[in-house]
Design a protein around this ligand. Structure first.
Ligand SMILES: Cc1cc2nc3c(=O)[nH]c(=O)nc-3n(C[C@H](O)[C@H](O)[C@H](O)COP(=O)(O)OP(=O)(O)OC[C@H]3O[C@@H](n4cnc5c(N)ncnc54)[C@H](O)[C@@H]3O)c2cc1C
Ligand code: FES
Ligand code: FES
Length: 484
């Protein structure tokens, strides 16, 4: 068993002691490597000043380079990766085309935000070349939703992104000799255990090893660290006994069968957004406005579910989709419907301390979905209220109607009583006016910084009416033709 973390930083092999492995990535880069181009401003994944690029070994090859926030990630999560910082984009004294474009278009403004913008746009050029899409303003803006510029000089930054010539932009895998790095990283086998002071991290090489560890020591799981990294940085939680499935290649898969889409515990939200576009387009669109590319490249669906926030964006969908949660322990596998996995209390789950979640299975059906997220701003914001509906209309009668609401109780709620009132009814505005009132009368949301009780009640009422209007438009239902 290895007791060090091995990775490459800007093409150089690094072997980290346990002590250094527990540092956040940003701390390690700045204080141990002197790579101070990576900045730390918010320490909570919100501003993008700490953006770096990471490619992870998967089945003997380095995957694509993706932007992540280094302030909320830990070095032990980057075992078997190649990490590139803003300094590493310049080679042989030659600036990367993104860096050149930022200089030429006056996009390089203050030293705090600029390195993060450059790394986020280098990730954009990687995807643009790999996936063969042009650098249009909309794309550039999408890739920059996780980067804040406090002086609001966005115009020149976006202009810089659009002006990069992809033909002369090298892929980072050829810029650095990925083949050489892969050869070295591919020799790393087996599990990793690191201990420093009161902290331990175990990186098992198989699910069996993970379940055995859970049985004997019951460590806390950490996946993309986009929830846990924030609470740790804010001093609200000490991450002491930890385990991550990061080094188990099969956990990154998103597999489509005739009946299900099966999402591995380590599949990133960015990958899931892409892979659900056909089977669950409403969910894919919903993920489009989830956080930022940096967060979605690290964060997982399993992490969002198990964190069990009442305003988690994916849970309303998972509840109406009747998702199946696959749990593993040394006693075997247990598959639980998400609606029983989530119990009534705040963050109360049907998951034993010796269990881990290995997959979430999404049953493929012919139902239609509508998903809503209400937040103060469209991008990179936490929801005030969320709503998910799964429905089937036949001859304008609701054959199926499943409803879930987030941000209105201790957990995301499944509204069984409202569903029972809707099923079998003609779809019209009168029905939804009544149901909207019933929804208001059956919830009791809290007041907090994101919205008062009254505001949340009005939002839920209006979302029901919005859903009604949208479905009537989609299905060309006219008011005159339908009566109760
Ligand atoms: C800037 C920012 C923006 C965000 N925006 C959004 C947003 O728009 N919408 C939203 O819903 N959330 C948002 N989040 C929250 C977060 O990104 C998501 O909840 C994400 O899905 C968490 O996934 P993760 O892999 O990073 O989880 P982690 O932080 O690694 O873990 C979260 C929880 O899951 C548990 N866990 C992880 N893996 C397993 C496993 N295999 N088995 C059992 N338990 C496990 C952990 O123990 C922990 O309790 C945001 C966070 C940040 C920092
Ligand atoms: S420092 Fe702001 S996202 Fe990391
Ligand atoms: S570039 Fe830093 S504040 Fe605008």
């Amino acid at each position: 068993m290895r007791n060090s973390i091995i990775l490459f930083v800007n093409g150089e092999r690094e072997e980290l002691s346990p002590e250094n492995s527990f540092m956040t990535v940003a701390e390690y880069l700045r204080y141990k490597k002197g790579l101070t181009g990576t900045k730390v401003v918010c320490s909570e994944g919100d501003c993008g000043a700490c953006t770096i690029l990471v490619a992870r070994m998967q089945n003997g090859k380095l995957g694509p380079y993706k932007a992540i926030n280094s302030c909320i990630s830990f070095m032990y999560l980057l075992d078997q990766t190649h990490l590139i910082t803003v300094e590493g984009l310049k080679k042989d004294n030659e600036l990367h085309p993104v860096q050149k474009a930022m200089v030429e278009n006056h996009g390089a403004q203050c030293g705090f935000c600029t390195p993060g913008f450059i790394c986020a746009m280098a990730a954009l050029t990687e995807d643009a070349k790999n996936e063969k899409f042009p650098l249009e303003e909309k794309r550039v803006k999408n890739y920059l939703t996780g980067n804040l510029c406090r002086c609001t000089g966005y115009d020149s930054i976006i202009k810089s992104g659009c002006s990069v010539d992809l033909r002369t932009t090298p892929l980072l895998g050829s810029f650095y000799d990925d083949g050489k790095i892969e050869k070295e990283l591919a020799t790393l086998k087996g599990s990793v255990r690191l201990t420093f002071e009161n902290k331990t991290i175990f990186l098992p090489a198989s699910v069996d090893e993970a379940t055995l560890e859970k049985k004997t020591k019951s460590p806390r799981m950490i996946s993309g660290s986009t929830d846990l990294g924030v609470v740790s940085n804010k001093g609200k939680l000490a991450l002491t006994e930890m385990m991550s499935l990061n080094n188990i290649a099969s956990m990154y898969s998103v597999e489509e069968t005739a009946t299900h889409l099966i999402v591995g515990a380590k599949a990133s939200l960015a990958e899931i957004e892409e892979r659900t576009a056909k089977a669950f387009p409403a969910f894919s669109n919903n993920l489009h406005i989830f956080a930022s590319p940096q967060i979605k490249n690290s964060g997982s669906l399993v992490g969002n579910l198990v964190n069990a926030s009442p305003i988690a964006d994916t849970i309303p969908f998972l509840r109406v989709a009747e998702a199946e949660v696959v749990l593993r322990s040394s006693a075997g596998e247990r598959v639980v419907n998400v609606n029983t996995f989530i119990k009534g209390g705040y963050k109360e789950l049907d998951m034993r301390s010796d269990e881990i979640v290995t997959h979430i299975r999404l049953p493929k059906t012919n139902h239609e979905y509508k998903l809503y997220k209400v937040s103060s701003r469209r991008d990179l914001d936490i929801s005030t209220v969320t709503m998910a509906v799964r429905y089937t209309l036949k001859n304008n009668v609701l054959e199926e109607f499943s409803l879930a609401l987030g941000g209105v109780g201790p957990t995301v709620l499944r509204m069984n009583q409202i569903e029972a009132k809707a099923i079998g009814q003609y779809f019209n505005q009168a029905l939804f006016k009544r149901l909207a009132t019933d929804v208001k009368n059956s919830i009791n949301p809290l007041s907090d910084v994101r919205g008062s009780t009254d505001f949340r009640l009005i939002l839920c009422h209006n979302l029901m009416l919005k859903f009604c209007d949208e479905v009537m438009t989609d299905h060309k239902i006219s008011f005159q033709e339908i009566s109760l």
